[in-house]
Design a protein around this ligand. Sequence first.
Ligand code: GDP
Length: 395
Amino acid sequence: MGKRKQMVERVTALMGNPEMIRNIGIVAHIDHGKTTLSDNLLGGAGMISSELAGKQMFMDSDEEEQARGITIDASNVSMVHSYDGKEYLINLIDTPGHVDFGGDVTRAMRAVDGAVVVVDAVEGTMPQTETVLRQALREYVRPVLFINKVDRLINELQVDPQEMQVRLGKLIDHVNKLIKNMNPERYKQGWRVDAANGSVAFGSALYNWAISVPMMQKTGISFGDVYNYCTNGDMKTLAQKCPLHETLNDMVISHLPNPVNAQKERVKAIWHGDKDSPIGKSMNEADPKGDLAFMVTDISMDPHAGEVATGRLFSGTLTRGLEVYTSGSAKKSRIQQVSIFMGPERLEVENIPAGNIAAVTGLKEAIVGSTITTLEGMTPFESIRHVSEPVITVS
Ligand code: GDP
């Protein structure tokens, strides 16, 4: 069996096991390295060659795929990662950087349960870091922190190992102060990032390495070693010993919630129907046997299949031929293709159970924010709002 086919089988097998799924987004201020990081995660999962990963070739190399009629949608990817001897499915939604920045981030936040917040080690947090963090907290999306461009701290700013640790520590404290000020309730629930427990990773997306406290314990590589590899110009060895995708995906799996645990809290924040009704309970449990509750977070155009609606399935199972209601429209539609994203391609599958991110065609009336359901008269999800708020200053 080809590698690709094997990967599809592994992904589809994991889709039905919500404990093994993580739906995540990567958020960052522009230029802090979100694209480079996403490419590297894809490279690590075998979706693109590792030589291309980190050089941002992926996003630009779509000519061949376009000629073959494959949809390019690098913003949605499903990957398999092994952690502690078990396989997990990571559904990654990359949030667009510049265009309609806030709105797109908010949409993506609706689909995911956890966010990797990327911050440039040299620049520190910036206004957009605050905006995306605030959006995540509001949508009940839990953050972990990746401090990127640590190579610059060492090689350009030429800080010594002690100063490097002091600076990184200050940055982490600052992010925690932001969380506390923006959303004291989440902070009280323990939503803080902490290097000691592994909810913070440090590294270089460009040079493909990352380290965290658990990874240091696993590999025996210390901060001092990282410093030496960087100053000696041998980040290649560091990337082999502490590959970025391994550190990042381990952090995602151990610190971000699976959809069943996440939905118990998230549904309360984004849906105001009766929690004790059958659909309320089904969403609470991410029940694949319940009525369908799918929230559209993105619509893209496929040259062959037409409009593709991507979103988060909170309840039920998406299947071809299913007749559904779209919030705000009296007409019913029939689902045509049901698909997942594998690397850059959209692949049709038989069905997709609750807790996953899915792409479907055939929803003629759907717009971004629509609730798609098999339950006539279902209370729709709260509309996706993006509110710009003043930047918080913390001392
Ligand atoms: P985005 O706007 O957040 O998607 O940022 P990009 O991934 O496009 O990165 C912005 C710039 O920073 C590019 O020139 C990258 O090559 C560079 N960059 C990204 N990560 C790193 C890193 O870890 N170290 C260094 N030195 N440069 C990086």
